[in-house]
Write a protein that binds this ligand. Structure first.
Ligand SMILES: C[S@@+](CC[C@H](N)C(=O)[O-])C[C@H]1O[C@@H](n2cnc3c(N)ncnc32)[C@H](O)[C@@H]1O
Length: 461
């Protein structure tokens, strides 16, 4: 036991001071300083630097654990239970274009009366909303009732100017602005659906998901957004999702884990539920001697044709890449492919549906076919022997941090898990659950490779 193992508070402070020094030195080496909270966010290469990311993760994990340790438990829980106001206040300011108005006002900021008048809302309500957010470090109150952007609030700004938003069609205002679109959606469909989460969990046989109770529909959320009258939701959902996967996951994550060099020329890789086929495009560039099939529902395949027409029309013309309308609840038409892969599909579905999808793939697979899933791996908060032994994650966080780094490691991830439950009754799964999912659909989990998305490699049982 090291000296600090009997003094968790000191161990947290040690992590904070060591990692803050590492963070500062990374910025100093690049002739700059750690960005101030008071200035708008400016993306730099250091934002994605692995050493910076590792230091930041430890600092956030230690700082949040320090707060949980020293804050009055009553205050801690009172703050935690007000989370819906985080959602609603962010949704409100985005809705009434406060971020665009403040962006045009510049660094000196704007008095809340002028801000409210430009936004067309009551200034006393807006003042309270902004005070709530600025208290939580979103927006800067530069002098009483005068607000300006800071590092966090600057990310709420849409891609269009205030004039373009006001003059253009409402449904298009989130175009090319994934972050505000996602936050606004969270304050709307996700928030409304979440009010049905408790009734659903107490009575899950009543509906397919909390969304279905809240919206009084039997349709899946993505079918509902396609209904006439829901164009605004549909556009916003597309904007929120567009490029998120591409920006979040580098193509090497897929090209290196699919092991295409081990395949013979003209062997086939099937991208099941592949959307427009953006992963397949990366694979086709990395392994040009293989053949590919991108499968999705008819309307997605229409979008996929346009995508490939722009990116690589030749690959489709020659038949090297086939775009195929296929519902994955029907029998898989491509038999004996070398690899069937699914990216971010099974987490959208409850177990019985995920098993149907994977069983359909298994029925078409040959003895040497592989199934590859690219998904997030849910980790227990307690140390996990099974997964660590499987070579997946390596050691957990250092003492005295939570093994999964708390919200620094699994914050967004646990939120996403509950969001999937709320909207589709989907789930993020643990190592044991991925093993069981395979077992029940005829696949044996052979290997898990860690990464921003984990790679799960299965062989037929
Ligand atoms: C979260 S997206 C993932 C798309 C793609 N795999 C990717 O990572 O970019 C889920 C995809 O599943 C598709 N999907 C939903 N239900 C389906 C079904 N029954 N059969 C085939 N695809 C379906 C959707 O159209 C959508 O493209």
């Amino acid at each position: 036991m090291s000296a600090n193992q009997s003094d968790p508070l000191q161990a947290l402070l040690d992590i904070l001071s060591t990692q803050t020094a590492i963070l500062k030195s990374a910025y100093t080496t690049n002739n700059t300083t750690v960005p101030s909270l008071d200035s708008p966010f400016e993306p730099t290469s250091l934002e994605s630097d692995p050493a910076v990311a590792a230091a930041r993760k430890l600092i956030v994990a230690a700082a949040t654990q320090l707060i949980a340790t020293v804050q009055s438990p009553v205050e801690y829980l009172q703050n935690g239970v007000s989370g819906m106001f985080d959602t609603l206040t962010l949704g409100f300011v985005i809705d009434v274009n406060v971020p665009e108005i403040l962006k045009e006002a510049g660094t000196q900021g704007l008095h809340v009366k002028e801000l409210a008048s430009a936004a067309g809302v009551d200034s006393s309500y807006l003042a309270r909303v902004l005070r709530y957010l600025a208290t939580r470090h979103v927006f800067n109150e530069v002098s009483p009732d005068v607000f300006a952007h800071n590092r966090l609030s600057s990310l709420l700004t849409k891609a269009k100017s205030l004039k373009e938003i006001e003059e253009g069609p409402q449904h298009a205002r989130f175009d090319d602005a994934a972050m505000p679109a996602f936050l606004h959606l969270a304050s709307d469909e996700l928030f409304k659906s979440s009010t049905a989460l408790i009734p659903f969990m107490k009575n899950p046989q009543e509906a397919a998901a909390p969304f279905n109770i809240a919206y009084k529909t039997t349709k899946k959320m993505w079918e509902w957004t396609e209904e006439p009258g829901n164009e605004y939701s549909s556009h916003r959902f597309t904007a929120a999702m567009k490029n998120t996967a591409e920006a979040s996951y580098p193509p090497e994550l897929f090209t290196s884990n699919i092991d295409g060099d081990a395949l013979k020329a003209n062997e086939t890789i099937v991208d099941v539920g592949g959307g427009v086929g953006s992963v397949t495009l990366a694979l086709r560039n990395a392994y040009p001697k293989l053949r590919y099939v991108v499968q999705d529902l008819e309307q997605q395949i229409v979008a996929a044709r346009m995508f490939w027409e722009e990116k690589n029309p030749e690959a489709v013309k020659t038949g090297q890449v086939q775009l195929q309308a296929h519902d994955f609840f029907n029998p898989q038409p491509i038999k004996n492919a070398a690899i069937y892969f699914l990216r971010l599909i099974v987490h959208d579905w409850p177990d019985q549906d995920a098993i149907k999808i994977l069983t359909n793939v298994r029925s078409a697979a040959g003895a040497d076919s592989k199934l590859v899933l690219f998904e997030m791996l849910a980790k227990h908060v307690a140390e996990e022997d099974t997964f660590t032994n499987s070579g997946g994650s390596g050691p957990g966080a250092p003492y005295p941090l939570l093994s999964n780094y708390g919200i620094a490691g699994a914050g967004f991830f646990t939120t996403l898990d509950l969001a999937l439950l709320t909207m589709y009754n989907g789930k993020e799964r643990t190592y044991a659950e991925y093993t069981e999912l395979g077992r029940q659909s005829g696949w044996e989990l052979q290997e898990v490779r860690p990464g921003k998305l984990s790679t799960f490699i299965y062989s037929p049982i």
